[in-house]
Design a binder for this molecule. Structure first.
Ligand code: SAM
Length: 332
């Protein structure tokens, strides 16, 4: 029988974000330092079998939603096989993936066949030169091909994650909104967060939600039943007559901790109770020394009890002291 994971504030935890690699083929200015070198020991990462065992255990504990993320998850060898394993676990009824889209063109079909339902693609500029500046290495054409391939493979919804920062891409908000008009693309405008010691976050660059919304107008607010699947913390709007939607995700201006239903698992098997948490619980060591399901379950329950009431990103933003953990380590 399925149980329920309930934290000490009464929130039900039903969503696991799994980072499957720390590696990334981009160095987005707000996410990773240019000099970042990930550890290359691939046996530090949980194997497909270990991930599937943990995912099944989480499903028994009431987790119904899994997002595969990273680093860049499509860099992990054999990721469609991993997706197939996760998709086959009873109780997981929403399996999604976050990617920068660079490799998606050649993989979307395989991923859909493996059981992936939907995808979020990160894209911060529609201008090739600007895109390269923001990502340091990215090829915009490849990401656009990835978006086409995702739609052609029937992944739905296809969401585009756009981190908005002043002086980076604020003038493109209108262009992103227009992308939703003719195709079923769901653009999510995301507030910059003080994560990782990248030197990027500042009060000047941080564009609070009301300003983003003003630049995206005119928009009509959508009733909840018209929001795209897996809406999480976003609120959704639409340009009149558009096929897609525009969502806003704002961890700072309009925090969503009171409804947080998430846990995060790093590629190395650390279970983290909050994006902003200083510590987590190592599940890899017990798995590798043969811990039984009961022991792992106890560790998960203890971690859920340590979920803080709220993150401290607002305080970090005003004191300009970002959480030292990089987004690619914790899975975004
Ligand atoms: N490589 C995948 C991708 O690009 O989607 C998954 C990992 S990436 C760390 C996940 C998401 O975190 C991306 O949409 C990225 O833009 C977002 N992100 C990274 N650093 C951020 C920050 N400081 N503030 C807000 N979002 C951030």
């Amino acid at each position: 029988m399925r149980e329920m994971l309930v934290d000490s504030y009464g929130r039900v935890v039903s969503y696991l974000r799994v980072s499957v690699t720390d590696r990334c083929n981009l160095r987005c200015v707000y996410c990773l330092p240019a000099s970042h070198r990930p550890p290359f020991l691939s046996n530090d990462n949980l194997t497909d079998l270990e991930l599937a065992r943990l995912a099944a255990l989480f499903a028994e504990l009431g987790v119904s939603k899994i997002r595969v993320t990273g680093g860049e998850p499509l860099l992990r060898p054999g990721v469609p096989d991993l997706v197939r394993r996760l998709a086959g676990i009873g109780g997981i009824d929403d399996l999604s993936l976050s990617t920068n889209g660079l490799l998606l063109g050649g993989m979307a079909q395989d991923l859909a066949q493996a059981g992936l339902k939907r995808v979020n693609i990160s894209l911060d500029s529609l201008n090739p030169d600007k895109f390269r500046q923001v990502t340091r290495y990215g090829d915009l054409e490849a990401v656009l091909a990835g978006i086409d391939a995702a739609l052609a493979a029937g992944l739905s919804p296809v969401k585009l994650n756009v981190v908005v920062a002043r002086g980076m891409n604020e003038e493109e908000i209108g262009d992103f909104v227009r992308l939703t008009e003719d195709r079923p693309l769901h653009v999510r405008l995301i507030e910059l967060m003080p994560m990782g010691e990248t030197g990027f976050f500042s009060q000047e660059r941080w564009m609070p939600l009301p300003e983003m919304m003003e630049k995206a107008s005119p928009l009509q607010e959508l009733p909840r039943d018209a929001w795209p699947l897996g809406h999480g913390p976003a609120r959704y709007y639409r340009r009149p007559g558009a096929l897609g939607t525009v969502g806003f995700v704002s961890a700072l201006s309009r925090g969503f901790c009171s409804s947080c239903n998430r846990l995060r698992l790093t590629a190395g098997g650390l279970l983290v109770p909050c994006l902003d948490a200083a510590e987590g619980t190592d599940l890899r060591a017990p798995l590798r020394r043969g811990a039984d399901a009961g022991e792992i379950r106890r560790l998960v329950l203890e971690t859920v009890q340590r979920k803080p009431e709220r993150h401290t990103l607002l305080e970090r933003a005003s004191s300009l002291s970002p959480n030292p953990r990089l987004m690619c380590q914790i899975g975004g």
